[in-house]
Design a protein around this ligand. Sequence first.
Ligand code: ZN
Length: 98
Amino acid sequence: MKYKNPKYRKRRNTFPLEVSCGNCKKPMVIYEKGGKGNLVKMQVPRIIESDVNLEGYEGHLLCSNCKEELARKGTYNENITYWIIRGKVNTKRLTNYF
Ligand SMILES: [Zn+2]
């Protein structure tokens, strides 16, 4: 992907998750996921890389290819966070990523 996130901080007991557009399948974000369960939100410090430059990115997260709205911008624990719109993304756990 084009952009490494300079705000990314590695954490323990996590794994990389590829988040792609549910409409056109374009990979948009590699996210460091912790715990079990579905992806609900993406906190910016845990985004490893992304297809759009999140520095200064305005508004909700759109697919860079088909412009589908994938997540809504908000906050969580004072971090900028993209809240996944249910059913709009596909996720895939990556092995051998690091
Ligand atoms: Zn798309």
